[in-house]
Design a protein around this ligand. Sequence first.
Ligand SMILES: NC(=O)c1ccc[n+]([C@@H]2O[C@H](COP(=O)([O-])OP(=O)(O)OC[C@H]3O[C@@H](n4cnc5c(N)ncnc54)[C@H](O)[C@@H]3O)[C@@H](O)[C@H]2O)c1
Length: 278
Amino acid sequence: MQEFRDRVAVVTGAASGIGLAMAERFAAEGMKVVMADVEAEALAIAAEGLKSKGAVILASRTDVSKPEQLELLADKVYETFGAAHVLCNNAGVVTIGLTWEHTLADWEWVIGVNLWGVINGVRAFVPRMLAGGDEGHIVNTASMAGLTTAPFMSIYDVTKHGVVALSESLYKEFTVTGAKLGVSVLCPGLISTNIMSSKRNRPAALDDEGRFGAGARQFEANLAAGVTTGYPPSEVARQVYEGIRDNQFYIVPAQDEVKAGIARRANDLLELRNPTMA
Ligand SMILES: NC(=O)c1ccc[n+]([C@@H]2O[C@H](COP(=O)([O-])OP(=O)(O)OC[C@H]3O[C@@H](n4cnc5c(N)ncnc54)[C@H](O)[C@@H]3O)[C@@H](O)[C@H]2O)c1
């Protein structure tokens, strides 16, 4: 996709972190930006911040785990702007623990946001984007956790591997059907955002969190320290913008740490070796 000015970008999880940085970047490129997020107050503040710089913003409180809310969002976007050209299915949450100690609520919450959120976004927007006939691009946020695996991360890893698989399928489907849409999967390493306080958006109906021991808590603390000193979201947003422009499928910020993990896993697979511990 080459033309950005006056085109419409939709970003989920746009009130914070990577999503907010993408919204800022798209606005700086002269796009109209739809900011969708479940956290109403943070969304209002983020949207006002961009509007005060002259950006054209539509803010929508949307829970991506709910298919009907994505349909409503698409209705609103098409009523307001008549089109969507870039769709970033980015909202995501994390929970840390042992696979067998997670509650059903842990599984439902994280799969609902991270995997169903992407499925719901694709189902609500892609048919309308195809029917619109303009060129466009989908960006699905996965993670290095979609290309590798770690202990205490099984729910997150399952969702992010799912997002990578869905995105690769979508790429092949757009190719065989001659669609004017591109697709990228975003697989960042550690990025400095609010992801480690995901619980702030956990619904009351799914608040039954697993109870985990010292190993999981230590892993969580180490991960939080890595995120705090991680790569800046604005740099991720720059790579996303360039990835859309250059039709690059895999967008991998913080590439060195991610590549090391990919190589370990790929070599284990090729040599039928048991998984190497990082
Ligand atoms: N930070 C990292 O190190 C990292 C690395 C790889 C991938 N990611 C992925 O990047 C994406 C963005 O996360 P981030 O790091 O910017 O974290 P963040 O917490 O700063 O931002 C996530 C946003 O998603 C929103 N959100 C949560 N649940 C939602 C729901 N049900 N519906 C709509 N919005 C919802 C939150 O309110 C928040 O604004 C996620 O998919 C995450 O898994 C993050």
